[in-house]
Design a protein around this ligand. Structure first.
Ligand SMILES: Cc1ncc(COP(=O)(O)O)c(C=O)c1O
Length: 529
């Protein structure tokens, strides 16, 4: 694309053909009319970059599938009180409470104030109702403060020994890396990082070789790292990873990573910030030891809430050992006769058991009992989970992943595969999509690689400018700073746009966003050249 003429956003060009427009739902037609974007307004040809114009029709097939159940999803949209003047596509940062949750939360706050109530409870009833939706027992499900709270509790509650190795990735969020860093200083653990590839199709690995971007690749990358550490005489204790990562939305495949944890009897710690409410995962089947997620993001519960899964029994796909763990924040336990100390009561009676005697006591109840808590907020989590269960978690997952696939296929058409930082592979798919909106537009100037920090002559990076431009149009997305493998052993920071597709969106929203991004990207490139 070097020195290729830049596409112009002329009002005479046409983005959609008459045939495509005839296939639109009435809602979509109304929407496009509102934008003044019908036939004769803008064209794919006029805006095409390096992509092929709907070569295999994959996007159109997905769009038709997504719209097949339009009445249901329109009714779902009606459950939310979102500002209708804005298009919110950054659920990865913050969700929005449905009306049922807001109303319950507000009403309970009023009662709590009127009756001067306290929050001393371990939410056993609420957790019992929620646990089946996550495939775990009540004794394995904790309502936490958020993902960071869950990750801190997990990482600082494991009795690490100096020299223990935790394998993680170079795409982790501070919610995980900061407590892990504290464990490095406090216990002398060693962290090894797997450098993650980014992109669609064939991707470059850290050794400079190319590989197909699919789920099996991650089984190999993590296994290779364990084997390399052991060969160097190190004691590998755990793997900590994000599914999906916050930078590119790659769903690091839990089953593949769990195979490695099982083979080497490692502790599995999943930063699942985006999992609750997005994916219908059964954590009991997955066998993961710890999954710290948010409830305030995709699960659309009140702010300051999370879902924390702590395995408390043997599971087919889990490592053989139930890892030793000390709850770092708890006020629950029975006193031990004749000595100072409290211990958790043995499940089924028979006195207390030591904290390390995992599986014999209710770990979730112990972790949940931390003094007086925000009952209206945590009841809001229970309400949001009940809503999701009644809509069907699998149905939601299928829809939001369908939207994500549709989005990715459109990017393939308009920009081409080189623009995509999130792979299309079904085993790596999440409802986050990360891409380079300047791909194919920027000639030799590589706008996506510019940052304010590295290029003082530009007041704001093009990626930031694009997010701001969309914001002005009431479209809310974010960008990320992503280390991308650029050669053997080297990375370069890039700044893709990250978009969340959730249950209140439909394909029209994706189209609207894509139009806005493309026009803004072309303008920014034209202004810079
Ligand atoms: C992967 C990941 N981990 C952790 C967090 C922190 O989330 P929370 O605000 O729930 O602590 C985020 C937030 O976006 C995230 O994306």
């Amino acid at each position: 694309m070097q020195n290729a003429p830049l596409p112009q956003t002329s009002p005479d060009t046409v983005l959609f053909t008459e045939e495509q427009i005839r296939a639109w739902s009435p809602k979509r037609r109304d929407f496009m009319r509102m934008l003044g974007l019908g036939a004769g307004a803008i064209t794919v040809g006029g805006l095409a970059g390096c992509g092929g114009a709907n070569a295999n029709g994959a996007a159109d097939v997905l769009r038709a599938q997504l719209l097949a159940d339009e009445a249901f999803w329109t009714s779902v949209q009606g459950r939310f009180t979102l500002n209708p003047g804005k298009l919110f596509m950054n659920i990865g940062t913050a969700g929005s409470m449905p009306r049922s949750v807001v109303e319950r939360y507000n009403a309970e706050n009023i009662v709590y104030a009127a009756e001067s109530q306290n929050g001393y409870t371990n939410f056993a009833t609420q957790r019992a109702a929620m646990a089946p939706g996550f495939g775990v027992g009540t004794d394995e499900l904790v309502i936490s403060g958020n993902t960071s709270d869950g990750m801190s509790k997990v990482l600082l509650g494991i009795p690490w020994q100096a020299g223990d190795v935790v394998i993680t990735t170079n795409h982790e969020h501070p919610g995980g890396t900061v407590p892990l860093g504290i464990a490095v200083e406090r216990y002398g653990i060693i962290v090894r990082q797997v450098r993650l590839p980014t992109g669609e199709g064939s991707v470059m690995l850290n050794d400079g070789t190319m590989a197909e971007h699919n789920a099996a690749l991650y089984g190999k990358l993590f296994r290779d790292e364990v084997v390399a550490a052991r060969a160097a005489g190190q004691r590998v204790r755990a793997i900590m990873w994000s599914s999906p990562t916050f930078l590119t939305g790659i769903m690091l495949p839990i089953p593949e990573i769990m195979k490695v944890c099982k083979e080497f009897n490692l502790i599995s710690i999943c930063d699942g910030a985006h999992l609750p409410g997005m994916m219908a995962y059964n954590y009991g089947d997955l066998g993961v030891d710890f999954m710290a997620g948010a409830a305030h993001k995709w699960q659309c519960a009140p702010g300051g809430t999370g879902i924390l899964v702590v395995r408390n029994r043997a599971r087919a796909n889990a490592a053989a050992t139930l890892p030793a763990y000390y709850p770092v924040v708890t006020s629950s336990g029975s006193s031990v006769a004749g000595t100072f100390g409290t211990r958790p009561p043995r499940v089924g009676g028979g006195g207390t058991v030591p904290w390390t005697q995992r599986g014999d006591y209710d770990i979730a109840a112990a972790m949940q009992s931390i003094g007086s808590m925000n009952v209206p907020a945590f009841n809001g989590v229970a309400q949001a989970c009940a809503d999701w269960d009644s809509m069907g978690r699998k149905r939601i997952e299928t829809y939001v992943l369908g939207l994500s696939s549709y989005f990715k296929e459109r990017i393939m058409e308009i920009w081409g595969p080189g623009a995509l930082y999130s792979p299309r592979d079904a085993g790596l798919l999440s409802a986050l999509t990360s891409f380079n909106p300047f791909f194919g537009l920027d000639g030799t100037r590589n706008l996506i690689a510019r940052s304010t920090a590295t290029n003082a002559t530009i007041t704001a990076s093009p990626s930031n400018a694009l997010v701001a431009r969309l914001n002005e149009q009431n479209i809310i997305v974010r960008n990320t700073t992503t280390p991308r493998i650029s050669g053997a052993g080297t990375t370069q920071n890039v700044f893709p746009i990250r978009v969340s597709t959730h249950l209140w969106h439909d394909p029209n929203d994706v189209d609207r966003l894509l139009n806005a991004v493309r026009v803004a990207a072309v303008d920014i490139v034209n202004a810079a050249n």
